[in-house]
Design a protein around this ligand. Structure first.
Ligand code: NAD
Length: 356
C-alpha cells in the first residue's frame, strides 16, 4: 500500500506529521504501508518553480493513495495564476480523475457545544456529503463575456452535466449509502434547471439497482434550510459540484471547527486523495497550535475507502474520540474545563489512545 505524502504549505507539514505518527502505529502493528514524500503547492514552487512538479505528479499517479496537508500562503498570492499553489491541487485532482468528493460532517458528542447550532440538534450528527467534483458550471463551456445588443457587458457560465457523469457519482453515493444508514438524498433544482431534470432522471434510474437504499429528492434551497433546521435527518447527500460546494461548507460549520473535518476525493477505482477540509492557515503556521485531527481523520478515511480496512479506520476514529473524551483540545475547539494542547501533543495523545 503505497501512499504519496504531500505536506504542502503553512500548517501542512505540522498536521501531516501527526497523521504520520498515527499511521506509524498501524505500521508497527503489521500494516504494510509505504510512504513517500514530495513537494507540492508553494513548496513545489519553491523547489521546482511549479506547484505540481513532474516528480510529484508521477509519485501521486503511481501511489495507491495520496495524503495531503494543505497549500497556499500570502507569499505566493502575487504569482501568475498557473504558478499559484492552489493550481497544484486543481491539477492533481484533474490528472487523477478524482470526480467524487466525500465530506463527512461528523459531530463528536464531546464537541457538540462548539457548534453554532443547539447541542441537541448536532450531538451525534453523522452526515456524508458526496459532491461531484469535475463537472457542472465550474467547468462547463462556453463561458466568458461579451457585449449585448445595447453594448453592455454580459458574463455567462454554462451549467452542464452528461448522463455518464451523473451516473458515476450516483453509483458512488448509492454504494456509500448501502454501507451506512441506507438513506440517500439527492439534491437538485429540478423545478428550474434542465441539468437538474436530467440529474433527477439518472439518479432515479440508478436507484433501481439499489432497492435497499431509500432515495429521496430535495431542492437545494430546502436542503440548505434543512441542514440548519434538522441536520440529523440526513444520512448521505449526493449533489452536483456547485450545490455541493456550498452545502458542504454549511454542513462543516455544524460540527464546530474546520480543524475537525476530513475529506476524500475518489476516482472510479477508489484511488483517493485525502486531505483536511481546511486550508494552510498561514496565520497560525509554525506555532504548534493547529488542530491535526482533520488530517488524522483524513488518514482514517484513506484506510476505509482506498484500502478497505474498516477496522483500522474505526480504530483511528475511536482513538480520536477517546482523546476528546479525555478533555484534550487544541485552541480552535478549546472550552473552559478542558485541557489545551498543542499540535504535536494532540498527535501524541491520539497515538497513546491507539496503543491503549
Ligand atoms: P484556512 O482554512 O487556511 O483558514 C481559515 C481560518 O481557520 C484561519 O483563521 C485558520 O487559522 C483557521 N484554521 C484552519 N485550519 C485550522 C486548523 N487545522 N486548526 C486550527 N485552526 C485552523 O483558509 P484561508 O485563511 O481562507 O486560506 C489560507 C490559505 O489556504 C490560502 O492560501 C488558501 O488559498 C489556502 N487554501 C488551501 C486549501 C487546500 O489546500 N485544500 C483549501 C482552502 C484554502
Amino acid at each position: 500500500m503505497k501512499i504519496a505524502v504531500l505536506a504542502g504549505d503553512g500548517i501542512g507539514p505540522e498536521i501531516i506529521e501527526q497523521a504520520l505518527k498515527v499511521l506509524d502505529v498501524l505500521r508497527k502493528d503489521g500494516l504494510a504501508l509505504e510512504l513517500e514524500h514530495a513537494p507540492y503547492g508553494g513548496a513545489g514552487y519553491d523547489a521546482y518553480g511549479d506547484p505540481l512538479p513532474e516528480g510529484t505528479l508521477k509519485l501521486a499517479q503511481e501511489a495507491d493513495a495520496v495524503l495531503c496537508g494543505a497549500v497556499g500562503g500570502p507569499q505566493y498570492d502575487k504569482l501568475p495564476r498557473a504558478q499559484r499553489p492552489e493550481q497544484g491541487l486543481l491539477r492533481i485532482r484533474k490528472a487523477l480523475g478524482l470526480f467524487a468528493n466525500l465530506r463527512p460532517a461528523l459531530a463528536f458528542e464531546e464537541l457538540a457545544g462548539a457548534s453554532s447550532l443547539k447541542t441537541e440538534l448536532v450531538a451525534g450528527l453523522d452526515v456524508l456529503i458526496v459532491r461531484e467534483l469535475t463537472g457542472d458550471i465550474y467547468f462547463g463551456e462556453p463561458r466568458g463575456r461579451r457585449n449585448n445588443a445595447e453594448g453592455e457587458c454580459v458574463a455567462y457560465d454554462t451549467m452542464l452535466y452528461s448522463e455518464s457523469e451523473i451516473r458515476r457519482i450516483a453509483e458512488v453515493a448509492f454504494g456509500l449509502a448501502l454501507k451506512r444508514g441506507k438513506k440517500l438524498t439527492s439534491v437538485d433544482k429540478e423545478n428550474v434547471l434542465e441539468t437538474s431534470r436530467l440529474w433527477r432522471e439518472v439518479v432515479k434510474e440508478t436507484a433501481k439497482r439499489y432497492p435497499q437504499v431509500e432515495l429521496s429528492h430535495m431542492y437545494v434551497d430546502n436542503a440548505a434550510m434543512q441542514l440548519a433546521r434538522a441536520p440529523k435527518q440526513f444520512d448521505v447527500i449526493v449533489t452536483g459540484n456547485m450545490f455541493g460546494d456550498i452545502l458542504s461548507d454549511e454542513a462543516s460549520m455544524l460540527t464546530g471547527s474546520i480543524g475537525m473535518l476530513p475529506s476524500a476525493s475518489l476516482d472510479s477505482n477508489n484511488k483517493g486523495l485525502y486531505e483536511p477540509a481546511h486550508g494552510s492557515a498561514p496565520d497560525i503556521a509554525g506555532k504548534d497550535i493547529a488542530n491535526p485531527l482533520a488530517t488524522i481523520l483524513s488518514a482514517a478515511m484513506m484506510l476505509r475507502y482506498t484500502f478497505e480496512m474498516e477496522q483500522e479506520a474505526a480504530r483511528v476514529e475511536a482513538a480520536v474520540k477517546r482523546v476528546l473524551a479525555q478533555g484534550c483540545r487544541t485552541a480552535d475547539i478549546y472550552e473552559a474545563g478542558t485541557r489545551k494542547v498543542g499540535t504535536a501533543e494532540m498527535g501524541d495523545a491520539v497515538v497513546a489512545a491507539l496503543r491503549a
